[in-house]
Design a protein around this ligand. Structure first.
Ligand code: AMP
Length: 210
C-alpha cells in the first residue's frame, strides 16, 4: 500500500505513520526527517535548505522532489511506503503523479490550529531517529531520552512559537489545497485527530481497513 499522510505540522502525521509502518511493515518517508539529517551532516544541500526551515518556510520544490525521487527508488519501498510531509504543494503532488507512482490512499489528519499550537509547544523529538513525543500526551519512558534508540530528545527549533505561526500560515496557503486535489482523485480520507493517540489510531486503521 502506498500512502500519503497530509495535515498541518503537529497534526499527528508522524505518530500515525509510525503505527501504520509497524502494522504494515512498510517504511516511512518523512521529508522533514531526511532534510534534518542533511542539515546535521553539514552537506552542501543541507546548507541551502537550512535557511528555509529556520524561518518556517517550505524548502523549494525542486530540492524536495529530488530528495523524494531518490528515496522512493530504494528497494525497501517496493512493497509500499508512507509519505509523511510530502507532497506539500500542488507542484509536488503533480510531480509525484507524473513519476508513475500509484498512490492508494491519502489520509488527512484534521486538527484545529489552536490545538496544533498547544501540541507543538509540548512536542519533543529524538535528535537521532526522529521519533516523536509530547511532554503530557506521550512522554518518553525515561525523561529526556528516546524509547526507541536511547538518544536525546529535544524541542525542535522550528517548534518554537513564532516559527510555528509561520508554518501554519504556509500550511493553509500551500498545503491545504491538496485536500481538494486528492478529493478529486477520490483518494482522500479524513481522520479527525483526537486527544488520545489511541483513538486517532483506531480511526486511521479503520479508514485503511487493516
Ligand atoms: P516536518 O518535520 O515535516 O514538519 O518538516 C520540517 C520542515 O522541513 C518544514 O517546515 C519545511 O521547511 C521542510 N519540509 C519538509 N517537507 C517538505 C516538503 N515536502 N516541501 C517543502 N519543504 C518541506
Amino acid at each position: 500500500m502506498n500512502l500519503i499522510l497530509l495535515g498541518a505540522p503537529g497534526s499527528g502525521k508522524g505518530t500515525q505513520a509510525e503505527n501504520i509502518s509497524n502494522r504494515l511493515k512498510i517504511p516511512i518517508i518523512s521529508t522533514g526527517n531526511i532534510i534534518r539529517d542533511l542539515i546535521k551532516k553539514n552537506t552542501i544541500l543541507g546548507d541551502k535548505i537550512k535557511k528555509y526551515i529556520d524561518i518556517g518556510k517550505l524548502v523549494p520544490d525542486n530540492l524536495v522532489i529530488e530528495i523524494i525521487k531518490n528515496r522512493i527508488e530504494n528497494n525497501d519501498c517496493k512493497s509500499g511506503f508512507i509519505l509523511d510531509g510530502f507532497p506539500r504543494t500542488i507542484t509536488q503532488a503533480e510531480t509525484l503523479d507524473n513519476m508513475n507512482v500509484k498512490i492508494d490512499k491519502v489520509l488527512n489528519m484534521e486538527v484545529a490550529d489552536k490545538k496544533i499550537l498547544e501540541r507543538l509547544s509540548g512536542r519533543r523529538v529524538c535528535e537521532n531517529c526522529g521519533s516523536s513525543y509530547h511532554v503530557y500526551y506521550k512522554p518518553a519512558k525515561i525523561n529526556g531520552f528516546c524509547d526507541i534508540c536511547g538518544s536525546k530528545i529535544v524541542h525542535r527549533e522550528d517548534d518554537q512559537t513564532e516559527t510555528v505561526a509561520s508554518r501554519l500560515a504556509v500550511y493553509h496557503q500551500e498545503t491545504e489545497p491538496l485536500k481538494k486535489y486528492y478529493e478529486l482523485q477520490h483518494k482522500l480520507y479524513v481522520v479527525e485527530g483526537k486527544e488520545e493517540v489511541k483513538e486517532t489510531m483506531a480511526l486511521t486503521l479503520s479508514v485503511l481497513g487493516i
